[in-house]
Design a protein around this ligand. Sequence first.
Ligand SMILES: *Cc1c(COP(=O)(O)O)cnc(C)c1O
Length: 462
Amino acid sequence: MIKYISTRGQAPVLSFEEVVLAGLASDGGLYVPDAIAQFSPHELVSMASLSYTELALRVMQPFIGDAIAEKDLRVLIEDAYKGFRHSAIAPLKQLGPNEFLLELFHGPTLAFKDFALQFLGRVLEYFLARNKQSLTIIGATSGDTGSAAIEGCRGRKNMRLFILHPKGRVSDVQRRQMTTVPDANVFNLAIEGTFDDCQDIVKALFNDAAFREKQKLTAVNSINWARILAQVVYYFYAGLALGAPARRISFSVPTGNFGDIYAGYIAKQMGLPIEKLIIATNHNDILARGLKTGTYAPEGVTPSLSPSMDIQISSNFERLLFDAYGRDGAAINALMHAKNNRKITLPPHVWEELRKHFAADSADDNATLATIKSVYETTGELLDPHSAVGVAVGRKCHNNKATPLVTLATAHPAKFPDAVTKASGVHPALPPHLAHIMKDAERMHTLPNSKDKVREFIESQS
Ligand SMILES: *Cc1c(COP(=O)(O)O)cnc(C)c1O
């Protein structure tokens, strides 16, 4: 049976089911599989003609094992992706010679997070029904995660969802995507504070052991292994469509919490011939600076046009470090507890290992706007600001022009209309099936920036 171990080596070894329900490890680390399944080139050839959902079954099955019967897993996967608005689920578009865009924004909330959360919501419901359990999910959002989590969990049995957002600090489209959902198990809490305040409240509630136990709290943020797993699939889908295993492929990935690009690294471990994984950041560029210098030093976050990447501490990066340190949990534990203002200097052999797989650079807001404009003028394709960072950095870092470059388009341009209009002169319209959110009634509760008030609210809804 496949087992999951913590990157810090101190938490109990868990099964797939336990890992999905737990989220974070009890030692503060993240769970990773103790072994990575591999496909031979021969198997990859046989996978090239599969539909998206059949491929998802093949890629995810080895990590799930008998935790979910194959016939049930097939149903969960087909159900998760049937709401996507493109028959290819993750279509490839050609931007230029050997340059492609992988459109990951055809799900219900128009961002790639739907790939993970549509799947995770169903997997949670499946396990909860089987165990006759119920859960309370809490999370903080600066925009995309909240709506994707709500869409993945709305109306599902045995779970309630409390999503905190900073009042007045998310865009109208993003807020309405969350607050116009009518299902009774969804609670939107507008907190009078910043995104960091929301996150602090969520952390404090998790640290309140009695509350956590009584409410059966869990998290659906990107540290949940099931989310990573669902994202591995589209790397295979794009790579096989472009000629893998006979041909190598490079991917440029707009990066914040490092979940999406880490899924690409797993795909490579599984046998997909990836030449380079390109980490694309905005001006909050710790990951790009770190790969260049070998020292990761947080500098504080300032707002950008690509808000979902305004992050300095990327939680999933710890999973990569765990491998780069030879899967030495004690070393990672020491590194994460070192009192050094969260600065990490990599030993040369670890830095070397990262540079084998990854390249990295950043694009600031001006470069983002210029890329939206030039890609629109040369191809007619409207990029959202996150995808534009991906294209700009991909072009800077992609040296081997014989290898196809695939940039992950992580959001639909209509989620970020102001930046897109400013750059291109074109106002990106919301897809017709979402136009109703701008008129529908909103449901949310405004609460002060107070852990106790949020706790009392959750208790009052039990
Ligand atoms: C979340 C998000 C990202 C960053 O993804 P990570 O997995 O956190 O690196 C990039 N683009 C968009 C649109 C997002 O919503």
